[in-house]
Design a protein around this ligand. Sequence first.
Ligand code: AMP
Length: 341
Amino acid sequence: MTFQELNLIEPLLRALNTEGYVQPTPIQAQAIPHVLQGKDLLGCAQTGTGKTAAFALPILQQLTNKPRAANAARGIRTLILSPTRELAIQIDESFAAYGRHTGLRHAVVFGGVSQHSQVEALRRGVDVLTATPGRLLDLMGQGFVTLHTLEIFVLDEADRMLDMGFINDVRKVIAKLPARRQTLFFSATMPTEIQKLADTILTNPVKVEVTPVASTVDKIDQSVYFVEKNDKRPLLQHLLQDKAVRRALIFTRTKHGADRVVKELDRIGIHAEAIHGNKSQNARQRALSNFKSGETRVLVATDIAARGIDVEEITHVINYELPNEPETYVHRIGRTARAGA
Ligand code: AMP
């Protein structure tokens, strides 16, 4: 299967070529034809499966092929809701990359930073808006965002929205969407409440499922060390001395725990940075970009901050503290071996 065979238009094929994508991933192969036909979609998929391109590519193609309605000179045509700022930024970057030859305009809005440049972008006109729910509602309340020109709505990581307590905000946004629209709904898991939400906002959806719920990727080698609490730190130090650990993501349960691990590692001369909800958005972005560039070898994260982190070539994921939920473990270790690596 190739991207040509999915009948993608030339400006998108050219961008995919630049990205170095040779073959569609399974979710892309399954979802793209349906989304191009304007159908609603229920996608059961985790990050790392290529799901962003699975919705971004057919959306870009539809928006390119269908001229704007005359009365919608500047309105938003596609809205993507994402649970975290990091994921929202990544989705927007994907639209920028895949849509670079389409001339479509994209923007991202999220909380924790000044709204000024976000409002400016909205004023200039946006085809594709990616947003976290809180900031979006805030901007809607101030009259900077109206959704009456919306054609396509994407709800990404719906189960995370529930976990993070955003589900009512999501419902409020949905209430403001035009009834006639295409809806794409993605979730890694399908708890009852999420299934109910899907049932209320989707019309005759096509169902696409790529990895069975809560399964880990075969290509990840997993090992467990039984160790007393006081021996964890020396063990971590020992493990990090291995040169094969080129880029490691360490998970702790709490923000405080993440800071503590960073301090302890620093004391023994291993530079690490933490990423969690108590850090400013700028500090989080900085830690993430240092990690991406390789300047920082070790990133210590809490689950919520790490949601959707898409950094290539993470060689090791370390569960310094185990999560309570099996799903969380799957998400954590899924930060490595991404997209078939
Ligand atoms: P996602 O599941 O959307 O977070 O994507 C995971 C990673 O896979 C991202 O780094 C994408 O750039 C990459 N990716 C997506 N589609 C493809 C493809 N067809 N070939 C290679 N890499 C891809």
